[in-house]
Ligand binder design. Structure first.
Ligand code: NAP
Length: 272
């Protein structure tokens, strides 16, 4: 690195689709912080060299980590929060005060941010999906003592294993099963995402105060959210979590909380 501006970045393969630079640059500008946030294409066989080069770069504040590096990166950094044993994947790398690199996962906090005011203790929840995003969701749910958790997933065994791993009571069901009543339904699967199959669920068994939270953000108005709105249910879209997980990372990188009062303006930028 030849310039002297402090910076953070997002790494992945592919990386061009990442929305992280839009979010972090927006907040840096609003707070007049003289720093940069970039995207950097890192292929799997380049990860070790990448980490080694950034470790020695004093201007580098850290990086967000996206597919396919969320597991591999755990072998290169310390894990003070025991993320490997809990969520099982890292999405943020930064420096400790002594300059060492550590990893963490801001997805669970990002997921939780839009529902922080909802009294979910003891309430039943449905989670669709059992991949990386679902693990962050289940970790967050395990911390707030929800009631029964029903995981609906193509691979039911994988879903059952996650219930046990996070110490949650509940059951695992196949797609197409009737939904049990629940206060919160989260789509943490790839279904409904652009280029993927549609998520087909019948929301009629849910109570009138159910909240439908879709982690998918491309498209933003998924068929699930449209169906939930048509039933008069409260909805939360994937951009809320996207902004939430970035907010936790921003504070780690740049030492200041982002100005969330500009969220509506940021949303417009993200959707442009
Ligand atoms: P992942 O680890 O690849 O998991 C994908 C999940 O979707 C698995 O449960 C998988 O089922 C299921 N799935 C995929 N194709 C399917 C199909 N054709 N039929 C049925 N199930 C299918 O992906 P991820 O990282 O968890 O991401 C999942 C979604 O969350 C994506 O849409 C992603 O964009 C979104 N996400 C959003 C945010 C945010 O900030 N808003 C953050 C992270 C992720 P099996 O287990 O049976 O394979």
């Amino acid at each position: 690195m030849t310039d002297t501006l402090s910076y953070a970045e997002v790494i992945g393969d592919p990386i061009a689709h990442s929305k992280s630079p839009i979010i972090h640059k927006f907040w840096l500008e609003k707070l007049a912080i003289e720093a940069d946030y970039r995207m950097f294409h890192v292929k799997p066989d380049e990860l070790a060299d990448y980490i080694a080069s950034r470790r020695d770069d004093p201007h580098w504040q850290g990086c967000n980590v996206t597919i396919p590096h969320k597991l591999a990166v755990m072998d290169h950094v310390s894990d003070p929060g025991d993320v490997r044993a809990s969520i099982g994947a890292m999405n943020t790398i930064a420096r400790t005060e002594s300059g060492d690199l550590f990893g963490t996962n801001t997805d669970a906090g990002g997921f939780f941010a839009p529902i922080a005011d909802v009294p979910l203790t003891g309430q039943d929840v449905i989670v669709i999906g059992a991949g990386g995003a679902a693990q962050a969701v289940l970790f967050a749910l395990s911390r707030i003592d929800v009631g029964s958790v029903t995981i609906i997933n193509r691979n039911v065994l994988k879903a059952s294993a996650l219930l046990a791993r996070f110490g949650l009571k509940g059951k695992a069901l196949e797609h197409g099963s009737a939904l049990p009543p629940a206060r919160l339904l989260v789509n943490a699967s790839a279904l409904g995402m652009k280029g993927q199959d549609e998520l087909l669920v019948d929301l009629s068994s849910l109570p009138d105060d159910a909240i439908i939270y879709d982690l998918v953000y491309v498209p933003l108005k998924t068929k699930l959210l449209v169906a939930a709105k048509a039933r008069g249910l409260e909805t939360i879209d994937g951009v809320s979590m996207l902004i939430g997980q970035a907010a936790v990372a921003f504070e780690i990188f740049f030492g200041q909380a982002p100005p969330l009062e500009h969220d509506e303006e940021l949303r417009k930028l993200l959707l442009a």
